[in-house]
Design a protein around this ligand. Structure first.
Ligand code: C2O
Length: 545
């Protein structure tokens, strides 16, 4: 296999945005960080030198990490963080996946500025299952704060409220001309009329789903989360944090300039959110510099039907590269409630959560806390007890109408006990999980991300999941495959995956504000029967706690 090697130096960088000078944590002096390009079948080695003041890890979001769980990256799950001044080499092979993924810090809130694209092209001599684009263009959507992001998170965690909303959204690091002092800080894409471009769209925002649109142009979706889809023509993309969407864009309009724009899809009714709009511009070759670009009309912030239509109309390219049929036999069934919960406020503090509580979050009434001292994967490999427990409940502790849970109802579900509970799985077992998004009032979509595997999205809907009728809707033929699913507000989704990779695999909400308060769990997948299905020992440079 071809070996691709990169070095990432993580350190402070001073940048100007929105009339402010801001010191951020960044990689190789650029924001967003460098683009990493590989081909399917390559071995990727990334040397990470942590020259920042913070402890951190890097996660390769969406990579299967077949027999390389040591390189997955979530802090305290698969490794202890790389201490300031230290380094670690992430080494893994890229197998059976192609398309757009990304890398980001996976410790505290650092992924706000520590992220970049990870692009997997087909092996040499293999081609895309769609017409070859003229050029490929990463579009990284991000979120920006005029403040130190670590301070913001620490304040939110101490006071128990939600974090401050962001000051801007960004496209490839630039806010665009709708923000103060940002007229020249706008992403610009030059195109030639008649040519087709592959836009690799990544939602790297911390806490917001986004609508993305280009004036007067249609887009054809060809892949999501590095998994090929049937071509789907749309004029708007809905994308949740963690997700990627690859679209073909043909410059088929009159020579001129056209804005691309993104803003929040704020499914959270009544919660504060960043209601600003970022935009970039697409300029056709030969367009006179005096032309005023056309602006797309974005969907309303709460346009759930548009988001739901996009999220549910995608289907997998059956028979395409790396396609495997849906597993029909299920070994392990789970029903998991996801959502916000509350915590009693310490008497010394004035807490900012509902009714003076602290915000918390849970899955099946367990609010996840990461271990200290030893990572979960080390505990698994070296058989060390007391780091996690294997009693994550396969169903919620009590049954009730999830859709009808007002925040003031003093239900036991609202105060979720903390724990480091995991689900143990036999090698090669099939898991089916119902994700029911309504633990408190179902106020927002939760983009649930699974490490180490793609899952089949069997069905999605609103209200309470009903096994008697909703199984009829399962797509057993060409369901989309994802590593992150936006479980609809006040609704549910059903996923299936094949646990064919030993290790410890995190599953969590990709809204950073929820990951940090416990909307998280993990699967421990046991080794298989042969050396080729057994997790190898940790690399010698694995960081220690
Ligand atoms: Cu992109 Cu666990 O994260």
């Amino acid at each position: 296999a071809r070996i691709v090697e990169h070095t990432l130096h993580v350190r402070n960088l001073t940048v100007n945005r929105l009339c402010n000078r801001q010191v951020i944590t960044a990689v190789n002096g650029s924001f967003p960080g460098p683009r990493i390009r590989v081909r399917e079948g390559d071995i990727l080695i990334v040397h990470v030198h942590n020259k920042s003041p913070y402890d951190l890890t890097i996660h390769w979001h969406g990579i299967f990490q077949k027999l390389s769980a040591w390189a997955d990256g979530p802090s305290m799950v698969t490794q202890c963080p790389i201490r300031s001044g230290n380094k670690y080499a992430y080494k893994f092979k890229i197998v059976k996946q192609e398309g757009t993924l990304w890398w980001h810090a996976h410790a505290s809130v650092l992924r706000a500025t520590v992220y970049g694209a990870l692009i997997i092209r087909p092996r040499a001599h293999n081609s895309y299952p769609f017409p070859k684009p003229y050029r490929e263009v990463p579009i990284l959507l991000g979120e920006w704060w005029n403040a130190n992001i670590i301070d913001i998170q620490n304040e939110a965690l101490a006071l128990g409220g939600g974090p401050n909303v962001s000051d801007a959204f960004t496209i490839n690091g630039w806010p665009g001309d709708l923000y103060p002092c940002s007229g020249h800080q706008m992403y610009k894409l030059k195109v030639e009329q008649g040519k087709t471009y592959l836009l690799r769209i990544i939602n790297a925002a911390l806490n917001n789903q986004l609508f993305y649109k280009i004036a007067n142009h249609k887009m054809t979706v060809v892949a999501v989360d590095a998994s090929y889809t049937n071509p789907y023509v749309t004029n708007v993309v809905a994308i949740a944090p963690g997700q990627t969407v690859d679209v073909l864009l043909t410059a088929d309009q009159p020579i001129g300039s056209y804005y691309m724009a993104a803003r929040a899809y704020a499914s959270a009714v009544g919660l504060p959110f960043d209601n600003t709009t970022t935009r970039g511009v697409i300029v056709y070759d030969g367009a006179p510099s005096s032309t005023k670009p056309l602006m797309p009309v974005l969907p309303a912030f709460n346009d759930t039907p548009t988001a739901h239509k996009f999220y549910t109309n995608l289907t997998s390219l059956v028979g395409g590269p790396h396609w495997d049929p849906v597993p029909l036999k299920v070994d392990h069934k789970m029903f998991v409630t996801i959502g916000l919960a509350l915590e009693v406020c310490p008497s010394s503090t004035t807490c900012q959560g509902p009714n003076g509580t602290k915000l918390s979050a849970s899955m099946n009434n367990v609010s996840f806390v990461p271990p200290t001292g030893l990572s979960m994967l080390q505990a698994f490999y070296f058989n060390v007890g007391g780091v996690y427990t294997t009693d994550f409940p396969a169903k919620p502790p009590i049954e009730f109408d999830y859709t009808n849970l007002a925040i003031n109802n003093n239900l036991p579900m609202l105060f979720a006990p903390k724990g480091t509970k995991v689900t143990k799985l036999k090698f090669n077992s099939t898991v089916e999980m119902v994700l029911q998004n309504t633990a408190i009032n179902g106020v927002e979509n939760h983009p649930m991300h699974l490490h180490g595997f793609d899952f089949y999205v069997m069905a999605q809907g609103f209200g309470n999941y009903n096994p008697a009728t909703d199984t009829n809707q399962f797509n057993l033929f060409d369901p989309q495959m994802r590593n992150t699913i936006a479980v609809p507000v006040g609704g549910w989704a059903v996923i299936r995956f094949l646990a064919n990779n030993p290790g410890v695999w995190s599953m969590h909400c990709h809204l950073d504000a929820h990951l940090s308060i416990g909307l998280d769990t993990a699967f421990v997948v046991e080794n298989g029967p042969t050396p080729a299905t057994t997790l190898p020992p940790p690399p010698a440079d694995l960081p220690q706690c």
